[in-house]
Write a protein that binds this ligand. Structure first.
Ligand code: GN1
Ligand code: MG
Length: 688
């Protein structure tokens, strides 16, 4: 479990929260009065007192906190509060003081930026590449988050959205200028405008709401009266929305962010504000209908500061990660100097990046860097031993057959100390591979020949390894394709129901259970001597083959982590489940997901050719069962992972694993119906 502290330092209160980084929530919080103006030492001492109380109550040691984040009003740079009028501070080293009292890494940032960051990372901007937050409170604040980083600007006070001028001769703003957005769209401006209208309209319902006392006007009553049809209030609200739309359309036109998030007290109006705002924006901001910025209401109101401050450490981690990657790359014998790293490929397990280096002569060279997923592969050194041995074996085979060993097999780059991998100081394992130039991979079959090629390649891969000494291979994942064992794991997940998701998946669980006996088919065949163990790839998805960009031909089999003794029919089957279908593996609309018997036939032909007569009669006979088995097995794996809280496969949206499971089960049902035809096709190409 990872915990950190988020502190929201305000002009009135200091709120301290213990944040559960894995559970994505505030576990507990406490607050005390700020009593400004006070010295930074006094305020920091109060903060730390609350931190200690929280830790004690939750049984967490101070030194187990990942970090402490503080959101403060004012301008901040490198942990120093440069100026904060609300606190009466100038150049106060808040970060250092908190650090010296706690010994935990401490980060400090502006409160509006923290709130924006909270929304971008855990709030209404989850998954978005960019977000601009507009906070409608006493003033109008803002924050800009791009690519997971807050944009603070050269002085540290970017995103002063409230002081964007929307009318040069307009209302006087507190900052001294005229026509700032804040003079129109802050809660104070709204109240002021409502009072002005009350005086013009003695019959307005706003008088009743305030009990006849104009001083009791707040940011809420104009909306209430406007909904009841009060003309004066409707005008106040309309003007408010119009001005807000002008401000936001300026933001959209400048940034085209993925999300604009509207927060602060007034955002409590929810749809009453959002719907008219969106309507208005349609007319005044650029963008085509399918690429519009999403305008949303903030998820966090009172907790935004605590959460955003708590998440500051993630932002630093991300920054550090970049330098970690660079440091790692330098530990390998690369040509040239590190230039950049980008996420790469669509694998569900390891963390893969494309690395670009620059040679002294100015030319570039690319590599593929992978961080091995340690919770999936328990023993990375053993895995890498397999990897190195198998790739050099294949390399020799390719050379023998006159192929191109630079492009037809993955090549490991040695570390500076001559190893096949590098372990970093956090105990993570990394490997670096040459990048196969002019290559690409596919998540879906685009042309039938492509699928045929991949079949020959995977068949041939098995053929090349036919004499490989299987007993020298480590088992990188125990019982990897042992379907009855996978079934048991699903039943464990069902019993545990760790996330309370079982109720949503009753039908899928029934589907899996109905095939419990079937799950043992291949294991039984093996026990009876009808299905031999061979050295197999075990993860033969189409996207685990590289194709030549220029010729379109298959080049190289990748993703070699699961090369282990296994069944030939599973390698066949895994390709079928992924490729012989009309949709992607995670298509959620099942009406688009159909088993494609023509693609099945094409693959069957290619695979049988690729294995060059190496399959026994009973293996050939079991090929179609392999297809159903692999589809069923990965379906139950996705389902179990959904129940377990998405801890194994990478997911990119809520319910992703469930979509995948349903998709695979739909294919199982299709294949079960097509089984006689699938068998006939195998016989046709096996000449039996
Ligand atoms: C995983 O790493 P990747 O995305 O190629 C998984 C396979 C599954 C597949 C489902 C080590 O493969 O077993 O079939 O996702 N690999 C591992 O798409 O679990
Ligand atoms: Mg892969």
């Amino acid at each position: 479990m990872r915990y950190c502290i988020g502190i929201d330092l305000g002009g009135t209160n200091i709120a301290v929260g213990l944040v559960d980084l894995d559970g994505k929530r505030i576990l507990d919080k406490r607050s005390t009065k700020t009593l400004a103006p006070r010295s930074v030492d006094e305020i920091a001492a109060d903060m730390v007192r609350l931190v200690n109380q929280l830790c004690e109550k939750q049984g967490i040691k101070l030194y187990n906190l990942e970090w402490i984040g503080v959101a403060t009003p004012g301008v901040v740079k490198d942990g120093i509060v440069i100026t904060a009028p609300n606190l009466g501070w100038v150049n106060e080293p808040l970060g250092e003081v908190v650090y010296s009292l706690t010994g935990r890494p401490t980060f400090v940032a502006n409160d509006a930026n923290c709130a924006a960051y909270a929304e971008a990372i855990w709030g209404c901007g989850v998954g978005a590449s960019s977000l601009v937050a507009v906070t409608l409170g006493t003033g109008v604040g803002g924050g800009i988050v791009v690519g997971g980083q807050v944009w603070e600007g050269i002085n540290g006070f970017a995103a002063e959205i409230g002081h964007m001028v929307i009318d040069s001769d307009g209302r006087q703003c507190g900052c001294g200028k005229r026509g700032c957005l804040e003079a129109y769209c802050s809660a104070s401006a709204l109240v002021k405008e409502a009072r002005r209208m009350m005086q013009l309209y003695p019959d307005s319902q706003m008088w009743q709401l305030t009990g006849g006392d104009i001083n009791r006007m707040n940011g809420y009553y104009p909306f209430v009266a406007s909904r009841a049809g009060d003309v004066a209030a409707m005008q106040v609200v309309n003007d408010f929305v119009n001005y807000l739309a002008i401000g936001i359309s300026n933001i959209i036109n400048v940034f085209q962010p993925e999300v604009v998030c509207v927060g602060g007290g007034i955002s409590g109006e929810g749809d009453n504000l959002l719907i008219p705002l969106r309507n208005r924006l349609k007319y005044i901001s650029f963008g085509t209908d399918n690429s519009r910025t999403r305008v949303e209401i903030a998820k966090y109101r009172n907790d935004a500061g605590i959460i955003g401050a708590g998440l500051l450490g993630l932002m630093k981690e991300e920054l550090q990660l970049k330098s970690v990657v660079e440091l790692i790359v330098e530990k390998f014998k690369v040509e040239g100097a590190f230039v950049s790293a980008q996420p790469f490929g669509n694998g569900h397990i390891n963390d893969t990046r494309l690395i670009k280096c620059k040679r002294p002569d100015g030319s570039f060279i690319e590599y593929v860097l992978q961080k091995i997923n340690k919770s999936v592969f328990k023993n990375p050194p053993e895995l890498m031993e397999n990897y190195a041995a198998v790739t050099s074996y294949i390399r020799a085979e390719i050379e023998k057959n006159g192929g191109d060993p630079e492009r037809e097999v993955l090549n490991l780059i040695k570390s500076q100390d001559g190893k096949d991998y590098v372990m970093d100081n956090r105990g993570e394992y990394w490997r670096l591979l040459t990048y196969v130039t002019d290559s690409l991979s596919y998540d879906k079959v685009e042309r039938p020949e492509q699928f045929y090629d991949s079949a020959v390649a995977f068949g041939n891969f098995q053929y090349m390894l036919r004499n490989y000494p299987a007993d020298t291979l480590h088992e990188t994942i125990k019982n990897f394709h042992n379907t009855p064992d996978r079934f048991k794991q699903l039943m464990d997940a069902v019993r545990l129901d760790a996330c309370g998701r079982l109720k949503e998946v009753a039908a899928e669980v029934e589907f899996a259970k109905a095939r419990e006996a079937f799950a043992d088919t291949l294991e039984a065949a093996h026990r009876e001597g009808r299905l031999p163990l061979r050295v197999t790839h075990n993860d033969t998805k189409l996207n685990n083959i590289l194709f030549d960009k220029n010729t379109g031909k298959s080049l190289c089999v990748v993703d070699l982590d699961t090369i282990m003794p296994g069944y030939s029919v599973n390698d066949f089957g895994d390709s079928i489940r992924f490729g012989a279908t009309t949709a992607l593996e995670d298509e959620a609309d099942l009406s688009l997901v159909n088993f494609d018997i023509e693609l099945y036939e094409i693959y069957t032909k290619g695979f049988i050719e690729g294995t060059k007569g190496g399959l026994t009669d009973s293996e050939l006979e079991l090929l179609p069962i392999g297809a159903i088995m692999m589809t069923y097995e990965v379906g139950i794996r996705f389902l179990a992972d959904y129940l377990n809280g998405d801890v194994y496969f990478k997911t990119h949206r809520p319910g992703h694993n469930l979509d995948r499971a349903r998709n695979q089960f739909k294919l199982v049902a299709d294949m079960e119906k097509a089984l006689p035809e699938m068998q006939r096709i195998v016989r046709k190409y096996a000449n039996k």
